[in-house]
Write a protein that binds this ligand. Structure first.
Ligand SMILES: *Cc1c(COP(=O)(O)O)cnc(C)c1O
Length: 368
């Protein structure tokens, strides 16, 4: 927490705005819109989660049974679950090696193969904060006339070609879950340059209540709106977002300095100056054939023995039991990333002592 959160939460209590509406909700939405866009081009609806944001997005573009959604396989289930909620068919797309995000070549191949099906959306993800190749992906999406729903849950504060992640798709989701770059304990947002989507999202997120003195419903809604208490935390967090990005990027730089000269360890890295990652998590690949046989699992277990938590990268969704038998396009880049990849401790509040502990454990493993 940055410090100002409690002020906004106290204001909510003092004014008795303890509800899924109120000044903090409006204030947080406006803070986000201003942060990601210029000249009020973007609109925001704050919600209970990033997953809820993606669910509303798919629901508004009428994704349903018999439809297809093309999703980056290398991601968290928050991207894919909403497609399944809508009963649509998932088609999984591989990653490319530059950003670890959706591979344009595999996407094009899939779209070509699914030409005669109703493909309703393409969902790229900016994994660990690294922007996907949005210009090429958008070009392909336009060619096949399919909207992009952008999963920017991990990428608030990241930019591609000087534009904020979350501003590329027809709509985009942000997340403020407990582990994200900023947090409201739990929460998310849907953002779009199309005001009608955001108006509709607010309507659907509050049980789709028609205008009438009694409760009247012409369609099925959801209870997805963020509360004014939670939004108060969000307003405080927006004041420290840039500071958090700077801290995460500094973590990333420290790990790079440590691993300079260690064979067989590479980083998820901005391919060129067009990419600006918030480096939410620092992720590395460990290639045993280049480092004397040390595997990702060796490193994870050795850190764990020192009570230092690290994690494998996301297990690709096409490899998940729940999606067994689902179509996958690509050459298996994301499978290899999963096999060799590790997320290192990346908190914004890592102390000098903690870095010392991490580096001393890593030195032991890599005989540095
Ligand atoms: C966190 C996350 C989500 C979902 O966000 P929640 O707020 O936890 O529902 C979706 N996609 C990705 C890639 C995420 O990391």
């Amino acid at each position: 927490m940055g410090g100002a959160e409690v002020k906004y939460v106290n204001e909510a209590f003092a004014s008795n705005w303890v509800a899924p509406l109120g000044p903090n909700v409006n204030g947080f939405e406006s803070d986000i819109s201003i942060y990601i866009g210029i000249n009020n081009q973007f609109h925001t609806a704050v919600l209970t989660s990033g997953t809820a944001a993606l669910h509303l997005a798919l629901s508004m573009i009428n994704v349903g049974k018999d439809d297809v959604v093309m999703v980056q396989s290398f991601t968290f289930c928050g991207t894919t679950n909403p497609v399944s909620y809508q009963g649509a068919e998932l088609v999984f797309i591989d990653s490319e090696l530059d950003t670890w995000n959706m591979c344009p070549i595999a996407l094009k191949e899939a779209l070509e193969r699914y030409k005669n099906r109703s493909v309703k959306a393409i969902m790229p993800v900016h994994l660990y904060g690294m922007p996907a190749k949005m210009d090429i992906l958008q070009q392909i999406a336009d060619e096949y006339n399919v909207p992009i729903v952008e999963d920017a849950a991990e990428a608030l504060g990241s930019k591609f070609k000087n534009k904020s992640c979350g501003t590329f798709g027809e709509m985009a989701a942000l997340s403020f879950n407990g582990n994200k770059i900023i947090t409201t304990s739990g929460g998310g947002a849907l953002v779009s340059k199309h005001k009608h989507y955001i108006d509709q999202a607010r309507f659907l997120a509050t049980q789709a209540r028609d205008e009438a003195p009694h409760y009247q419903h012409s369609q099925i809604g959801y209870n997805y709106r963020m509360s004014n208490i939670v939004a108060g935390i969000g307003r405080g967090q927006m004041e420290v977002l840039d500071e958090r990005v700077a801290q995460r990027r500094a973590n990333n730089q420290r790990y790079r300095e440590f691993f300079a000269g260690v064979d067989g360890v590479t980083f998820q890295t901005e391919p060129n100056a067009d990419y600006f990652s918030n480096y939410w998590l620092t992720a590395i690949l460990i290639e045993p054939s280049l480092n004397g046989g040390i595997t990702r699992e060796d490193v994870r277990l050795a850190l764990d023995a020192d009570n230092i938590e690290s994690r494998p990268l996301w297990k690709p969704m096409h490899m998940q039991p729940v999606y067994e038998g689902t179509k996958f396009f690509g050459s298996g880049v994301c499978e290899k990333l999963f096999e060799q990849g590790l997320c290192l401790p990346s908190g914004s509040n890592l102390t000098e002592e903690e870095f010392d502990r991490i580096f001393s454990a890593l030195s032991e493993i890599f005989k540095k």
